[in-house]
Design a protein around this ligand. Structure first.
Ligand code: PMP
Length: 387
């Protein structure tokens, strides 16, 4: 196994290296406060205190009440719970649901399931410029719409959707339509405040923000009732049964506390890295930037037509550089999301996604660019099948 600290890690949208604060908090939970938070003896109470502390930290970051924060196993579960739970018992009266064509598979699959259950699904696609406007989302909703779910920041391109404007228009006109936002790629990078977004439900994930894997949060606005997904022992106020993953929860709380203090400084740093890489790529022949200028600075999608993503990814990996060919979840499968953003097939097949953390340095980008130029010289170009 390669020692990760010697690698150049530019795949932070897939996952992040846990921060010291998260590792320390998780270790404390594993080694000392190992009790079951539901147990009423001191070992259980110690574990429960860690869960309460983490919930407070996350409520503070989201500017919401602590009883609106529910821990899950990650954003996949948060998304599934939000979407399926919001529609259970409501579809008969309000049979329509709305989403976009650029969502993460954990949202897409939940909508596919709703469709099989008889829901009328509208999937809003980007226009010819690759944009989804607030009006496009608003126009897709009517009084029979039970739920709209749209992401805040796209994981493959960094595209920022106009959620605040869209959801506020929707809530004003259709207050009974539940609004859900997958904010995984925005949380602790840009401001994510459910009340400001007019979101009833918001999903976030721990491992994208320097916390361990296997923990996430679903924010559920007070007064909004959605059916629980996991049934059993009644943890999380019977909303999400199952013994809490205390080490991961404590780790997520500690990471959020650390990020709350550094969010602006990190954003500026990501901005500088993004500008640097875009300017450098603009000077390179045969390489294109797919991400828009208004995208999140944490994700930059580029393409080098005639060089297959997978070949480039392996070339970089052999030289100690971790990048992605799209989203980690697609594991080499062609990304339909990039096509939805109107990126040409020549480019989608030749895409690399770079995503930054607070630790990424300009020297990491320089090393990547040096290797990209070497790849242009060393690798044979391939004719990409235009289907
Ligand atoms: N939504 C988005 C936008 C994501 O990027 C991801 C992670 N790739 C998820 C949901 C799923 O998160 P998790 O890995 O915590 O299940």
């Amino acid at each position: 196994m390669k020692e990760v600290s010697t690698l150049i890690y530019l795949d932070n949208a897939a996952t992040t290296k846990p921060c010291e604060q998260a590792v320390n908090a998780a270790t404390e939970a594993l080694m000392i406060a190992f009790g079951n938070p539901s147990s009423r003896h001191f070992a259980g109470l110690d574990a429960d205190r860690l869960v309460i502390k983490a919930r407070d930290a996350i409520a503070n970051a989201l500017s919401c009440r602590e009883d609106e924060v529910f821990f899950t196993s990650g954003a996949t579960e948060s998304n599934n719970t939000a979407i399926l739970g919001a529609c259970e018992n409501r579809l008969k009266r309000m049979p329509k649901v709305v989403t976009t064509t650029v969502e993460h598979p954990s949202v897409k699959a939940a909508f596919d399931k709703l469709e099989k259950m008889g829901a009328q699904v509208t999937r809003v696609a980007p226009d010819e410029n690759g944009e989804i406007t607030a009006k496009m989302l608003f126009d897709a909703v009517d009084e029979k719409t039970c739920l709209i779910s749209a992401m805040l920041v796209n994981n493959e391109t960094g595209y920022v959707l106009p959620i605040e404007r869209a959801f506020s228009m929707i809530k004003k006109r259709y207050p009974d339509c539940i609004t859900h936002c997958d904010a995984v790629q925005g949380f602790m990078k840009i401001q994510v405040k459910p009340s400001k977004l007019s979101a009833d439900l918001v999903s976030v994930s721990g491992h994208k923000i320097y916390a361990p894997k296997g923990v996430g949060v679903l924010y559920v606005k007070k007064g909004v009732h959605i059916a629980p997904f996991m049934l059993g022992g009644g943890q999380e106020k019977a909303f999400r049964s199952g013994t809490e993953n205390v080490p991961a929860i404590a780790g997520m709380g500690a990471a959020v506390e650390m990020l709350c203090k550094t969010i602006d400084e990190r954003y500026e740093k990501a901005n500088a890295l993004r500008d640097y890489i875009i300017n450098s790529i603009n000077e390179l022949d045969g390489v294109f930037v797919n991400s828009k200028e208004t995208a999140s600075p944490y994700v930059v999608s580029i393409s080098m037509p005639n060089y297959k993503s997978e070949t480039l990814l392996n070339y970089m990996s052999d030289r100690g550089i971790c990048v992605s060919s799209g989203s980690a979840c697609s594991k080499g499968k062609k990304s339909s999301v990039l096509q939805e953003f109107k990126i040409s097939p020549e480019r989608t097949d030749a895409t690399l996604r770079l995503s930054f953390s607070g630790e990424t340095q300009i020297s990491d980008i320089d090393e990547f660019l040096k290797n990209l130029r070497n790849a242009q010289n060393e690798l044979c170009t391939v004719k990409i099948n235009k289907k």
